[in-house]
Design a protein around this ligand. Sequence first.
Ligand SMILES: [Zn+2]
Length: 709
Amino acid sequence: MRRPALVLVSSLCGVALAAAVLAAPADARPGPRPHFTPGAAGIGDPYFPTDGNGGYDARHYALDVRYDPATDRLTGTARIRATATQNLSRFNLDLDGLTVRSVRVDGRRASWRHRDGELTVIPARGLRKRTSFTTEVTYGGVPQTLEDGSGFIHTDDGALVVGQPHVADTWYPVNDHPSDKASYSFRVTVPKGLEAVANGVPRGHRTHKGWTTWAWEAREPMASYLTTATIGEFRLKDYRYDGIRMVEAIDPKLYVPVQPHTGDRYAISQATGDAASYKRLSRTIDVPAGGGELGFWVDRATESDWDFLFVEARTPGQDDWTTLPDLGGATSTSTGDSCPYWLGLHPFLRHYQSVDAEGACTPTGTSGTWNAATGSSDGYEQWRVDLGAWADGPVEVAITYASDDLVQARGVFVDDVTTPTGAGSTSFEDDGDTLDGWAVTGAPAGSAPNPNDWIAGTPDDGPATLGEKAEAAFTKHPQILDFLQASFGDYPFSASGGLVDAFAGLGFALENQTRPIYAQEWFGGSDETAEGVIVHELAHQWYGDSLAMERWSDIWLNEGFASYAEWLWWEDKGVATAQEIFDSTYGSHPADDPFWDVVIGDPGPENLFAGPVYDRGAMTLHQLRLAVGDDDFFAILRGWAARYEGRNVTTPQFIAYAERVSGQQLDALFDTWLFTAERPVVPGALARRAPAADLPPLVGARGQRPSHG
Ligand SMILES: [Zn+2]
């Protein structure tokens, strides 16, 4: 979730008129008349100056919204109970877009202004410090998805509501900053037949005149970005484990296997878990003198911007390899995010991609250009590539699926191939010559051999569906909760679970309180990838959710801890020790690697979710563990979670707490690891050790990889 730094807009410029009205607040009580002043339009976070607001403390949100997927419109009422922290003449809520219909404060009609994401509420009379007041906002409109694709996402059957650091103010008026946590109750009304899944414990659903209202209660205080009201068709599994109400939601569409375009069979790329792959379905084709096209139908799901489908071509026996654009526009020349990283995995790709002095990739290589498709086609699409350059001669072509070595989608299904002469046209049916001259030629020299490769078969031969894989991963919830409770202390909430919507390309998971939301892509790869991300998001329930950042600059308190929970998990499973993961992470980033330039204790808004916040954050905790020993280290983790349960925390508080528990002076350690933009010196042989060979997949493992929350 990358998001550019926000430009501070003076949001109160339009309220001069209101100020005049407010100069003399009506207050009939005896005693000295208090002086009422406006609450600030921002809560004071230097990273996002207009986020949140001053002058009050929100205690409870009662959201009652209706959403119609047919029109994308959301209408509703937000009832917000808050306590004034100053004598308030007016105060702000954050609301980005949408139209406000009315505002009442303690039942009285209030004046209001709404511009630049700030809803300024001017109550009929001043609000005295320390008194509780309730604001009721009636509003509606089409919630706008954020520029980075997160936030309130309109899906084919509803809405997927997930984002960080911004999302809440796109669908309800809110004091939108994690330092003002509140409890929530949700009533979400949707067309009958759809589910609405929010945070906390389900409180039933009722259908009336074709609309179903779903009620959810989140008693424990929650940061606003962790709220969701995700709408669509879901298979709900609702059970109790260890006193925790578990709700797991998986979109039924994720269980539907891809069918052949025609007939019973098709070519299946398969997925290779987390192993890199370079899979070619190859054939030599004769091109008539007048030219011709290769055509085929494809249903593709590759990890967006990291894994690709493309058509390679060369003159037989020559090294003039290139890739061919789809005439229908499915391909582009974008090199995505895997270049230059994957040139190390697949040196052959240097035929099509190259790296300039600044480390940027260009879609031109030693012999050809880069034309490829990534992400999901959302059903079958027809590809046509022009073979005219080989007119009156043979051309060797390959339909190629290539991946990097972390996270894969379910892969590619190809059917109904056509060639200019008809030789090699096939729909892969079981007619005695299934492949009709096409051959599975394996990865090119320099790539590791493919663990599996193209096959021709029926849907039964294909990979398990994402729904089946997500469901299998969710069966590990009890085991993972057991492990995390043993490590960090009692689970801090009354509910847990997870949600997966059929929405390709989301690309991240987020620790929504009690109900983490996972991009479907997390379940296309290995069981270990799915397991690791669940450990990460559930660990956030302690670190990030129950203990929420006071300021976004403390993001390492979330991501470092959740990442280290993964290390502890793999250590417990005997896959790799935390020390081995530390050594590998440290060893894989030489001293001049920009990895070390990010000051993770204050990374800046543009680096909130940069890889070092995760990996160096976990490394910081590992160094703390080495310094204080296991007994004190785990006492620190558990005590930190218990002492600050449900509250906001800062890095200085954590350092002070670790020093108190351990009796050690730890400033130097934290200065080195959190606040120094260089590679810390690690004594002994650690630094020289080569990266371990078989490390588990780690959520934050790859630099700027934007695939986590
Ligand atoms: Zn995270």
